[in-house]
Each structure stands twice: as C-alpha cells, then as structure tokens.
Design a protein around this ligand. Structure first.
Ligand SMILES: Cc1cc2nc3c(=O)[nH]c(=O)nc-3n(C[C@H](O)[C@H](O)[C@H](O)COP(=O)(O)OP(=O)(O)OC[C@H]3O[C@@H](n4cnc5c(N)ncnc54)[C@H](O)[C@@H]3O)c2cc1C
Ligand SMILES: *[C@@H]1O[C@H](CO)[C@@H](O)[C@H](O)[C@H]1NC(C)=O
Ligand SMILES: *[C@@H]1O[C@H](CO)[C@@H](O)[C@H](O)[C@H]1NC(C)=O
Ligand SMILES: *[C@@H]1O[C@H](CO)[C@@H](O)[C@H](O)[C@H]1NC(C)=O
Ligand SMILES: *[C@@H]1O[C@H](CO)[C@@H](O)[C@H](O)[C@H]1NC(C)=O
Length: 553
C-alpha cells in the first residue's frame, strides 16, 4: 500500500541511545517488587564463586513484539553489569519468524516475494529502521517496484465513481497525495489543520520512547501523561470535528480511504489516534525481500533458542517448595507432528501474541486478571497475477483511460449518513463498493506466462474468481488469464473502538503481555516498542530493586 502508518515508527530509536540506567519515579509506574528476594551476593560475582544460575525467559510468539523483546532483552542485558546470565527461549507456532509480517512467492518463485501482511513502515519508525540497518537489509520506497504503466498512482472509489485521483506527476515526495492537488480539491483548511494535528500527535507519541516515560508499566497512564487519551477516547469523526478539521469531503473521502485501507474501519468507529496514524504517511518504505527479515535478524542477534512449528499449550504456575519463593512458570509445548508434550520451567514469560489467539488448553489460573478478548478485523487478502490491466469501466472511468495503481475506497453519500456503515464492522464497514483496496503491486516476468501484473485485494469477504473477472472486465476464465492466486484470512488488527484503558502489561510476577498496545496503535513499530518496553521491565524485575541497572557506557 502506498499509505502508511507513519506516526509511530519514528519514535523508537530515541530510547536506544539512552543509558539504561535508573528511571525516575513519578511518571514511570514501577511495580513494587516487594516479596521478591534480593539476589544473593554470590550471584553477583563470578570470580571463583559458583557459576551463576541463568534466568530463564520464555517468549511466546516471534512476530514483531516477540522478536523485539528478545533483541532488546539481550541488548539491555549486555549493557548491564552484575546481571545474572539470561537464557532466552522463543516458541513460535508457525514455521517462520515474523507473525503478521510474512511474504509469499508469486508463482512460487523466490525472486518474487510479496508481502501478505504488514507491508509498510515509515522512515521515522526507528526501531524498524535501525534494525534494518544493523542487519544490512535494503530498505526501499514502496513505490519503487510499482509498474507505473498507468497515469494515476492513487484513486478513491466509492462504488459509483472515483471521487479523487492522484496523477503520478503530482506526487513526488513519497506521499500518496500532493498538497497542491489537495488544496485545489478540498480547500486549504482541512488539509493544513490535519497536517498540523498529525505532527502534534506524532510529537506526543515520541515521548513514549524515552525517559522518564520509558519503560512504562501502564499504557493508559503513559498515554495520559503525553496527552493522547484525548485522541484514543473518541472516534476519528469526533476527534476531527473537535480539532476543527470538520467532516467535509477531505475527511469522508481521503482520510476515511486511509483508515479503510490500513485498518478496514470507517471514521465513525476507529479512534482518533489511529486515524491520525493513518495520515502520517511520509517516507513509506519496506524491506526488499520482506519485512520479516528484520524480525529474523532480531531473533538471531538475541542468541535465543527458537522452537518453530511449536505451539505453547499451557502456562501454569509451578508450586515451589517454600512460601515466598520466586514464582516459576511451567510452559507446556508441543511441536507439530510430534506426539510428545514438553514441559519447561521459566522465571519470566513474555506473551507476545493477542491472548485470545494463544489457544491455551491450560491457561494460567493464578492471574489477577487475564486479558480480555477483543474483536479483530477478519481481513481477506487476495493476491493474484494476470497479464490484464484493471478494467476502467468497472470503476466508471472513461474506457480509454487507465485505473489508478492503488484503488482505495470510501462509503457512498447515502452510506456516509448512516451509522450502520460508518460504525460498522465487516461487510457493513465495507459498504456497496465491496472491498477496501485493490493495488497493482508490480510487474513480473516468467517463462511460462510472460509479463504479468501482481494484484493485491483487501476485502471483508472472500474475493472470488467471479469478482476478479469483474474487475478485469472479462466474462470467462480464459480471458481473465489469472495464472496464480493466493488467499489468506487474517485476524489483522483490532477494531479500534474508542477507549482510555488498555490491557495490563504486567499480568503477574514474572509475566508480561505485549498485545495490549494493538488497541492503542496496531503496527509493526508499536509492537516492537512494546517488545522493547517489556524487555526493560522484565530485566528490571530480574535485577530487583537493589540490582538497579548500571549502563556500561
Ligand atoms: C494484512 C495486514 C496488513 C498490515 N499492514 C501493516 C503495515 O503496512 N504496517 C504496519 O506497521 N503494520 C501492518 N499490519 C499490522 C502488523 O502486522 C501488526 O501490528 C504487527 O505485525 C503485530 O505484531 P505482533 O508481534 O504483536 O503479533 P504477531 O505478528 O501476530 O505475532 C504473534 C505470534 O505469536 C505466535 N503464537 C500465537 N500463539 C502461539 C502459541 N500458543 N504458541 C506459539 N506461538 C504462538 C503466532 O504464530 C505469531 O507468529 C498489518 C497487518 C495485516 C494482517
Ligand atoms: C548497548 O547500548 C547501546 C546504546 O545504549 C547500543 O548501541 C549497544 O548496541 C548496546 N550493546 C549491545 C551489545 O547490544
Ligand atoms: C539455556 O537453555 C538451553 C535449553 O534449555 C540449555 O541447553 C542451555 O544449557 C542453557 N544455557 C544456560 C547458560 O543456562
Ligand atoms: C516446520 O514444518 C514445516 C512443514 O509444515 C517444515 O517444512 C519445516 O522444516 C519445519 N521447520 C522446523 C524448524 O521444524
Ligand atoms: C449507496 O449504497 C447503498 C447500499 O449500501 C445503495 O443502496 C445505494 O444505491 C448506493 N448508491 C447511492 C447513490 O446511494
């Protein structure tokens, strides 16, 4: 997608340059680790003394959050004196690292990897950008592989007509819209106020990467202290009204096209913060060959032992001998295709997947409160190849013209006045137009099929062969020339209903949870930020109050 969630990403890098030393009280909300035994003296020194026992950390899930947790845990640990050794174990149900960041190969050819999930981050997303640099990955503008065989880069379609088109010549700066074009079509007020509001929101968010806020043990309190609850507590519609952007066509056509392509939601539902994230679209990039390589690099750099194809089925509290002993968690796991169930004990567990998708047969029973189930967008992604271009007639364009490379969508005027649609989920959210976006990603060449386009469709229902034939403007299968199709249904991101509290980060002694941040902002970068945050919190807990972190500078 041309559009991005840029706000978030810019921030993370800041915190990396900070010494990992004490965080001040007050704004940070540290747990009181009473009841935890101070580390024994002999554990602090290795000279001739008994070998220190390693602290065992389990991470469940190797997506952005889990990989980042492992990476930063190792980094923070290496930079800490007097810490006991740590031993990191990662469990991942899939056969690959990356979670919702993963590629599939068009025609099964490794030379044509296509992002199936998260495709874009922005140049300010420092966790991702820095990691890509560290692992020598090539980051390039997402428009660089676009075929550019058509006149327009972006169009917004409402099921009846293209309400907005952005010709190629006018978008130079990696934005999908040009200011000149916007001002011409929508007048100066809304675009300029939106730009200002976006910058201000980004600025507030950036504080979460640095002291005194980082590390934060309550997302709600951290968001409150940077003044972002005002944005998360209301819908995008309400937020934009309150901030003087209004509810004109700039909002219903352009901004909503962006929340739809990025999150499958309209402005009557999605909260104000995620709405602004969708507008911070400068410098959209992705890693050549696949964004998952960032997370693979992070896992490798952490020195963790990784169990792929392995589902965690239980997290239970181990009964330790004496009252007041440190809590130990037993993780039960099963490698796919293997009958045997493996049990292993850990001092710390980091849950780096939405809790509801862990599918535990033995969930922890001693937590004060397990994370709530939250509704996720069921998003159908359809990838296909064909030599045919999209049919202008389907989009109500002049038959002699071309269809924009990225077709975004919005509700029609009737739907826009109905809460059934503006606040809807699934098919109600998508409306008459029937899909969220259709993009012409690139051109590829194979011996068998010659030159073809690769298309990607986001929709709320399966996008069948009949729909594909319609957008290509043909009646029969042969004419359509569809030579490869790949379909996937994701639990993509939460429905971002307005809220001012978020799931706990610390679920219990030695247990942390990353996915609460998805109801705040759902992107690779924010999951990475939360992975980094729990890494800091978990290490601080291991070190105890006395063993306060000292940076080796
Ligand atoms: C189609 C799509 C497009 C998107 N576009 C963008 C985009 O352009 N830019 C962007 O920044 N974000 C985008 N996102 C959102 C982004 O992908 C997510 O916010 C982010 O990747 C979440 O990372 P995570 O590590 O928190 O979760 P996940 O990536 O879901 O990782 C969780 C992992 O835990 C594993 N797991 C779960 N349960 C168990 C268990 N019991 N045992 C072992 N392993 C388990 C899962 O297999 C999974 O690999 C998109 C998402 C989708 C689906
Ligand atoms: C220690 O921290 C600094 C930044 O504070 C970082 O650049 C460095 O990579 C860290 N060391 C290790 C081994 O990760
Ligand atoms: C770390 O854990 C692995 C797997 O359980 C084990 O083989 C290894 O010996 C441990 N290393 C340390 C330093 O404890
Ligand atoms: C995971 O399973 C797939 C088959 O589903 C297999 O091809 C792959 O080698 C396995 N990977 C590991 C590390 O076990
Ligand atoms: C708009 O969408 C609704 C259904 O969602 C449909 O009934 C209507 O015909 C569409 N067109 C117009 C012009 O309202």
């Amino acid at each position: 997608m041309v559009i991005t969630k840029s706000i978030l990403l810019a921030l993370a890098a800041l915190s990396l340059t900070l010494p990992v030393s004490a965080h001040q009280d007050g704004v940070t909300h540290h747990q009181n680790y009473e009841g935890q035994k101070p580390l024994q003296d002999h554990q602090h020194h290795n000279d001739g003394m008994p070998v220190q026992e390693a602290k065992r950390v389990a991470i469940i899930g190797a997506g952005s959050a889990g990989s980042s947790a492992a990476h930063y845990l190792r980094r923070f640990h290496t930079n800490t004196t007097n810490a006991p050794p740590i031993n990191i174990t990662i469990y991942e149900r899939n056969a690959y690292i990356g979670g919702r960041s993963t590629t599939v190969n068009a025609h099964g050819k490794a030379s044509y990897p296509i992002e199936l999930g998260a495709s874009i981050f922005v140049s300010m997303n420092e966790n991702l950008v820095n990691a890509a640099k560290e692992f020598d990955l090539t980051v390039s503008s997402t428009s660089s592989t676009r075929p550019k065989t058509v006149r327009d880069s972006v169009g917004v379609f409402n099921g009846e007509e293209m309400v907005f088109v952005q010709p190629y010549s006018e978008s130079k700066t990696g934005k999908w819209w040009s200011l000149a074009k916007l001002l011409y079509q929508y007048g100066p007020l809304a675009p300029i106020r939106t730009k200002r509001l976006t910058d201000e929101t980004v600025g507030r968010f950036l504080n979460m990467y640095r002291e005194p806020l980082f590390p934060f043990s309550s997302l709600g309190e951290a968001a409150e202290s940077v003044g972002l609850l005002e944005a998360t507590g209301v819908t995008g519609e309400q937020f934009l009204m309150a901030k003087g952007v209004g509810n004109g066509k700039f909002v219903t056509e352009l901004m909503q096209a962006s929340t739809r392509v990025n999150y499958g939601q309209n402005l009557g539902l999605i909260h104000g913060l995620e709405t602004m994230v969708c507008m911070a679209a400068e410098g959209a990039v992705s890693v050549e060959g696949g964004n998952w390589q960032i997370f693979e690099g992070m896992v490798k750099s952490s020195g963790a032992s990784v169990h792929l194809n392995t589902s965690v089925t239980g997290i239970t509290e181990k009964k330790t001998a004496a009252e007041g002993d440190k809590k130990v968690w037993t993780i039960t796991s099963q490698k796919h295709g293997d009958q045997s169930v493996v049990e292993k004990d850990f001092d710390t567990v980091i849950i780096a997947s939405p809790y509801q998708y862990l599918d535990l047969t033995h969930p922890p029973t001693t937590l004060q409160k397990a994370p709530d189930k939250i509704p996720y967008v069921a998003l159908h992604v359809t990838l296909f190849t064909s030599r045919r271009p999209l049919d202008p007639a389907y989009f109500n364009l002049d038959p002699a013209s071309t269809v924009p490379e990225a077709v975004l969508t919005t509700l029609n005027v009737t739907e826009q006045s109905s809460e059934t649609f503006t606040r809807g989920e699934g098919a109600s959210a998508v409306g008459k137009v029937g899909f969220f976006s259709i993009s012409t990603l690139r051109q590829i060449y194979t011996e068998e099929h010659g030159e073809e386009f690769v298309y990607k469709v986001f929709s709320s229902e399966a996008f069948g062969q009949d729909r594909i034939r319609k957008i290509l403007g043909v009646k029969d299968e042969e004419e359509a020339g569809v030579t490869w199709v790949f379909r996937h249904l994701w639990n993509a991101y939460p429905y971002l209903y307005p809220r001012v509290t978020f799931e706990d980060i610390k679920l219990g002694e030695g247990m942390y949870y990353t996915a609460g941040i998805e109801s705040f902002i759902s992107t690779m970068e924010t999951s990475s930020l939360m992975g980094m945050n729990v890494a800091r919190l978990a290490l601080d807990e291991v070190l105890g109050v006395e063993g306060k972190v000292k940076a080796k500078l």
